[in-house]
Design a protein around this ligand. Structure first.
Ligand code: UTP
Length: 294
């Protein structure tokens, strides 16, 4: 049993860095081999004991709304043809209708606005947020690691990693005051600072455990960096009520919102799979040899 029961998955962004595919395929439905990014995020949450799943989607993304619904026709077909492995995969990709909800952000006004859109599903208790395009490859669920730490120290918590000064301006950035093991106590947080102005090189990665008071702050947050309503600004504004913690998770994070990150994630997943790794190694070695011979 975990004290965090609900996770929000904001999936209403436009995915412009992946055009033209995102013209009709939502970024979160892009596959790492044979499962969409959104399913990896849902599995990470499920592995941590989370029971309720809220998707903040867009009316233009019906594929996402459909994906976790039971496909009775397909299940019947696989079952009557004794395709038990395929049936298991299909069932794993479904959620009980009592455990998931889809709400629509009609305009992509920013991540903060997407979370605020989910407020009616978030009762008076802390909740998790997972951004599916931040793929975390790890032995233990990254959000599960955070939930364990959060049970001890509370407050608002964000996943963090050191990205170095050159990269920090692409991220939210923690103003770190003190460290206790993997937990970094922060006095503030700023969205996309310039490298010179960044208070640290500790970037915010797409996993959060938030107190409901952040929703009140979101209600009055005005557009910030990039003209969007930023989640970072609302969490920073909540610091008078709740301590802010960064959590250095175990695992490799891939930015699947970028093409190079998505490609690296695909290779990492393939190299971890017994059915694919040997063929991939052979292919890479053959190409290296051809390259060396040329
Ligand atoms: P990104 O910042 O990667 O934006 O969103 P994006 O629109 O998805 O992609 P680009 O930058 O145009 O290529 C991070 C996460 O926040 C969600 C996205 O769906 C993604 O999961 N998001 C972002 C929303 O749900 N609503 C928004 O208004 C913005």
């Amino acid at each position: 049993m975990t004290h965090i029961k609900t996770a929000v998955f904001p999936v209403a962004g436009l995915g412009t860095r992946f055009l033209p595919i995102t013209k009709s395929v939502p970024k979160e439905m892009l596959p790492l081999i044979d499962k969409p990014l959104i399913q990896y995020a849902v599995e990470e949450a499920r592995a941590s004991g989370i029971e309720n799943f809220v998707f903040v989607s867009s009316p233009d993304k019906p594929a996402l709304d459909d994906y976790f619904r039971t496909n009775f026709w397909l299940e019947d077909h696989l079952s009557s043809n004794n395709k038990t492995d395929a049936l298991r995969l299909v069932r794993d990709a479904s959620l009980s209708p009592k455990s998931f909800w889809v709400t629509h952000q009609t305009k992509a006004l920013g991540l903060g606005h997407a979370i605020w859109t989910a407020k009616e599903f978030l009762r008076n208790e802390a909740f998790a947020v997972l951004l599916p395009d931040d793929f975390i490859h790890s032995d233990r669920s990254a959000i599960g690691q955070m939930i364990e730490a959060h049970a001890r120290i509370g407050g608002n918590m964000v996943a963090t990693m050191d990205v170095g000064r050159d990269a920090i301006s692409a991220y939210g950035c923690l103003d770190v005051e003190a460290r206790a093991g993997k937990c970094l106590n922060a006095s503030g947080m700023v969205e996309k600072p310039s490298p010179e102005m960044a208070p640290s090189t500790h970037a915010v990665i797409g996993r959060y455990i938030l107190q409901p008071s952040v929703l009140d702050k979101l209600a009055v947050t005005t557009p910030g960096a990039g003209g969007e309503i930023q989640l970072t600004d609302a969490i920073a504004a909540d610091i008078a009520h709740n301590e802010l913690w960064g959590y250095e998770f175990d695992g490799s994070r891939y930015d699947c919102g970028s093409k190079s990150g998505y490609l690296e994630a695909t290779i990492a997943v393939a190299l971890d799979r017994i059915d694919l790794a040997p063929a991939l190694w052979n292919s890479m070695l053959a190409r290296t040899e051809i390259g060396a011979a040329a």
